[in-house]
Design a protein around this ligand. Structure first.
Ligand code: GDP
Ligand code: MG
Length: 302
């Protein structure tokens, strides 16, 4: 046992919260330096919490996405938050609460209430300052915002233009406990590339056919290998009935083709490599009861 209990580095979980459109995803991507989180207009497509990890020599920040907070319906936010408060938020070491400039409305107030109920140290991030025409008004506004809650810091940034994002990171790291890194240093997400590939296929299916194929679809990656700098991916789409298979294929195979090419394009961006994607469809009734399928779909951790 070489461990003496003396930690020299910091490591912790961080949630980014705030009402829709304030710039949470943009901020996350800039903090990470790369696009990790996979989003969709249908909240149900995020069955798993997407996590991004930022590692330097001195610290590791594990970002936890809170999909329910992207909802446009205030009551849905409330419902989600009440549930999620016990997991996503209460388990984190710090919260970044993002605002659109200096505006402060009921929705912000509600988010703040939930955040402070968890008692987690919170940094208020005043985003989109590039859009402020009158910069002299910023200081009095920041003072007003500071008085709205108990914040560890109030930091104005522009996520889009990457202004002051490093100062924010500096403030954030101070809130993390001294601890060993939770994840290997080279890891940028706790989900494998296979998982991300499957999520992208599922996202495209839901986006293109959401109303016609309600949650009856699962995606399993059968092959994922790199050959001559090209990633070859073979994905099996599981449906429950032949009618669903027909819808997925579309007339003359057009629907499946379009799902495949959209998914491939996103994979190439995410993996920064050329991708050959093959999609298969199989009918497996009651797939959700099949334990092997569940495991391969990433449900082993629930
Ligand atoms: P989210 O819903 O909170 O995740 O917000 P997004 O990150 O999707 O951003 C919503 C919109 O605001 C997008 O059009 C972004 O380009 C824009 N945006 C985000 N951050 C900034 C910023 O710092 N300045 C400006 N001008 N626009 C921003
Ligand atoms: Mg977002």
């Amino acid at each position: 046992m070489a461990e003496s209990g003396q930690h020299t580095r910091r490591c912790g979980y961080v949630a980014i919260v705030g009402r829709p459109n304030v710039g949470k995803s943009t901020l996350l991507n800039h903090l990470l330096g790369q696009k990790i989180s996979i989003t969709s207009r249908k909240p149900q497509t995020t069955r798993h919490q997407v996590v991004g990890i930022k590692t330097t020599t001195d610290y590791q920040v594990v970002f936890v996405d809170t999909p329910g907070l992207h909802s446009r319906e205030p009551r849905a936010i409330n419902r989600y938050m009440n549930r999620a408060a016990s997991n996503a938020m209460a388990d984190v070491d710090a919260v970044l609460m993002v605002l659109d400039r200096t505006s402060w409305n009921d929705e912000d107030q509600m988010v703040l209430q939930q955040v402070q109920r968890c008692g987690v140290p919170t940094i208020l991030v005043v985003n989109k300052i590039d859009l402020l025409t009158d910069k002299t008004m910023l200081l009095p506004h920041l003072e007003f915002l500071s008085s709205q809650g108990n914040f560890a810091a109030v930091v104005p940034v522009s996520a889009l233009q990457n202004q002051a994002v490093s100062s924010l990171e500096h403030e954030l790291v101070k809130l993390l406990p001294m601890a060993d890194f939770f994840f290997p240093e080279e890891q940028i997400t706790d989900r494998s590339q296979r998982f991300l590939a499957a999520e992208l296929v599922r996202e495209k299916i839901t986006r293109q056919l959401g109303d016609e194929l309600p949650y009856a679809v699962a995606v399993e990656i059968e092959e994922f290998k790199t050959l001559d700098k090209v990633i070859h991916i073979s994905a099996l789409i599981l449906v429950e009935r032949s009618g669903q298979k027909k819808i997925l294929i579309g007339s003359g195979g057009s629907r499946l083709k379009s799902i495949g090419s959209e998914a491939r394009r996103d994979m190439e961006k995410l993996f920064d490599q050329k991708v050959m994607l093959r999609l298969w469809i199989k009918i497996r009734s009651g797939w959700s009861d099949d334990e092997r399928a569940l495991r391969s779909l990433g449900y082993n951790d629930v």
